[in-house]
Design a protein around this ligand. Structure first.
Ligand code: PLP
Length: 422
């Protein structure tokens, strides 16, 4: 994947054209990432990426990915609605939800989406709500620790997702009795990993279990869904995922388990979110306040409501100050938002160049699980989204929220009229 970076002038221009804060996304970067992924998986007979909508649920972005041949991975009614409205149907949609409200199965069936069953009890629920399709996917949870060599890649035993190995067999027999004939297999065992061994190891495990299940049930294995999880380097010197090596590793496992044993026609699907759009987005902000107490603080016009990852996970997001990056980074500061929550800090003890109020400040890698995780604590409005198009122009693709968006659900209260007129 090309290391997509924008030059400082683009951030200055965007910050001039739109009120900060906003997330800025690059169309070119997203298209290149999608093409690179598809190229990397050209060693398997049939491949398709289903973009995890939750990572960046903006129609303009989903349209771009659709043009690049991607489908969508949805986990809720509203994500399905977005998919339907954009013309994704049938095999363009993977419905990988858990703790599913039954009516959402009905909706997914109406769209003829692939349904990825998270739990064995959902076989009967789906039979009642929408009906069992010809082809269905099961989500596997192997339990325990997921290791590659000595490295612990994830803790599936603690994860709420998926079925046990015996439940896969049992679920398939039930599904077969209901009339299903073909199945896919899915698992998500490691999040945000750049380790090139993850997908090939996961693939090999699912390929082998898929083979076993075919033998046990007599049903046809039609696809393996490797889900999401390929990571991005949030730290500037962290390694990137070698997507070509990952694709080649999956192809090797494919030939080992399938081709050599005369098994044909098993498609490979992925549901990547972070890898596709994460590095292709930036939160563009201004410094609005400076504070010197026991520590030095730069306050921004953005808050955790626009980007929750640092507050929620202590996640690192790189920060740059356009026009000042060549200066020595001698100022140590916390970079904060305005919430009445001490975790509303985009960075703690970060070394920055000398800054001042009014400077544009850019938070990197916000293109996935950024605005979509946002919230409205303290009555803060979530910011808007801007697309840098391939022709170099900007387009507002989601406006910032206004107070009336926040008050909209109070239309059940007499005060709503008054708020509406303020
Ligand atoms: C979140 C999620 C994804 C995407 O994960 P990334 O880490 O963004 O790649 C894919 N599939 C399912 C079922 C998920 O819950």
């Amino acid at each position: 994947m090309p290391n997509f970076s924008l030059n400082d002038q683009v951030f200055f221009d965007a910050a001039q054209a739109f009120e900060t804060p906003f997330h800025l996304y690059t169309e070119e970067g997203i298209r290149q990432t999608a093409r690179g992924l598809i190229r990397a998986f050209s060693g398997v007979p049939v491949f398709r990426e289903y973009f995890a909508v939750k990572a960046l649920p903006n129609p303009s972005i989903l349209r771009i990915l659709k043009e690049e041949g991607c489908g969508v991975d949805c986990a809720s009614q509203t994500e399905l609605m977005l998919a339907e409205a954009l013309g994704f149907t049938g095999e363009d949609i993977m419905f990988s939800a858990n703790d599913v409200p039954p009516h959402e199965f009905e909706y997914a069936r109406k769209l003829n989406a692939f349904i990825n069953l998270d739990d064995i009890t959902h076989v009967d629920v789906l039979a009642k709500h929408g009906g069992i399709p010809d082809e269905i996917c099961l989500r596997f949870n192997p339990g325990g620790e997921f290791r590659i060599g000595n490295a612990i890649m994830g803790m599936p035993g603690d994860a709420k997702y998926g079925m046990t190995r015996p439940q896969l067999t049992e679920a398939l027999f039930k599904l077969k009795a209901y009339g299903a004939r073909r199945f896919g297999l899915h698992s998500f065992l490691s999040s945000n990993t750049t380790d090139q061994g993850y997908y090939p190891a996961l693939a090999k495990m699912l390929f082998e279990i898929g083979r076993e299940l075919m033998d046990e049930t007599g049903m046809q294995l039609s696809f393996i869904n490797l889900s999401g999880g390929i990571g991005i380097p949030y730290l500037p010197d962290a390694p990137k995922a070698d997507i070509d090596a990952i694709g080649a590793g999956v192809a090797e496992a494919y030939h080992e388990v399938f081709t050599k044993n005369g098994i044909e026609g098993v498609a490979i699907k992925t549901e990547l979110g972070r890898y596709m759009t994460g590095p292709n987005g930036w939160l563009v902000t201004h410094i609005t306040n400076e504070k010197n107490t026991h520590k030095h603080y730069w306050g921004l016009d953005a808050s955790a409501c626009d980007l929750m990852r640092p507050a929620m996970y202590g996640a690192y997001h790189h920060i740059t100050v356009p026009g000042k990056e060549h200066l020595p980074h001698t100022d140590m500061a916390d970079v904060t938002g305005s919430l009445c929550e001490n975790n509303d800090k985009f960075a703690i003890d970060r070394m920055l160049p000398p800054c001042e109020i009014g400077d544009v400040l850019v938070i990197h890698d916000t293109g996935a699980h950024g605005l979509s995780m946002g919230y409205n604590y303290n009555g803060k409005m979530r910011c808007g989204e801007v697309l840098l198009k391939e022709d170099g122009t900007f387009k507002l693709i989601r406006r910032a929220e206004k107070p009336m968006d926040y008050f909209a659900t109070l239309d059940v209260d007499p005060v709503w009229e008054k708020l509406n007129n303020m």
